[in-house]
Design a protein around this ligand. Structure first.
Ligand SMILES: Cc1cc2nc3c(=O)[nH]c(=O)nc-3n(C[C@H](O)[C@H](O)[C@H](O)COP(=O)(O)OP(=O)(O)OC[C@H]3O[C@@H](n4cnc5c(N)ncnc54)[C@H](O)[C@@H]3O)c2cc1C
Length: 188
């Protein structure tokens, strides 16, 4: 049963009980032991966040020198395990654009040029982030799909055979090199 914001338990004891009795009752006992012995003060849950890919491609992600990165830019479902990876990619790409702007301007922060650098960062990240969000969602949709024969056929014979390998391969990505400067401020 999907857990939505409305039907989520709030109290740690209740969350623990629901996990053990409703959502994970068929899990291996070693897993259930971890849940059973968990420190109640550490238990909470929150709905999975997701942003529609078209909102990443066409939405406003920057204004002047301000922008977003990581989950704030592209929250995604967890099936490809790329939320954190893509946040680190953002950091490298943003660092590259900011660094190049500062180097180009002789070590100075020049407002108009920085706004352009940030705009270039957003342009570079939009499609990649939208692809990961879409791939993660599609992957989750398939994995959590039903057990009817045609659903199993699509999942096991088509999706995992022909599509999942491509999606899993999206984890490999070259963010480009960060610019390097010497301690004197000159570009290396
Ligand atoms: C259970 C789980 C498993 C995951 N597994 C993987 C995985 O295997 N691989 C993977 O790539 N990703 C994984 N992720 C996703 C990954 O953790 C996130 O995508 C990643 O942490 C996002 O990084 P972020 O810096 O954008 O946001 P966050 O890590 O959420 O960092 C945001 C920070 O901002 C702080 N903050 C919020 N509001 C304010 C404020 N007003 N002022 C100051 N600070 C503030 C928060 O406290 C937080 O420290 C997983 C996530 C979860 C929950």
């Amino acid at each position: 049963m999907p857990i939505s914001g409305e039907n989520m338990a709030r109290e740690p004891e209740q969350i623990q009980r629901e996990v053990l009795e409703k959502y994970a009752e068929n899990f291996p006992s070693i897993y259930l032991d971890v849940v059973r012995h968990a420190d109640l003060s550490t238990i909470s849950w929150a709905p999975l966040m997701y942003r529609h890919p078209w909102r990443i491609i066409f939405g406003n992600l920057n204004k002047g020198n301000i922008t977003v990165a990581g989950d704030a830019m592209h929250p995604m479902t967890p099936e490809l395990g790329q939320g954190g990876g893509s946040s680190l990619e953002d950091a490298v790409v943003l660092g590259r654009h900011i660094g190049n702007s500062i180097i180009k301007n002789g070590g100075q922060f020049v407002e108009g040029d920085m706004a352009k650098a940030i705009d270039d960062y957003v342009k570079e990240r939009r499609w990649r982030a939208a692809l990961l969000v879409t791939g993660s969602y599609l992957s989750g949709w398939m994995q959590h799909g039903g057990a009817k024969w045609w659903e199993r056929f699509i999942r096991d014979r088509l999706f995992f055979k022909y599509i999942f390998g491509f999606l899993a391969g999206l984890a490999h990505y070259n963010c480009g090199n960060l610019p390097a400067v010497s301690s004197s401020g000159k570009e290396d």
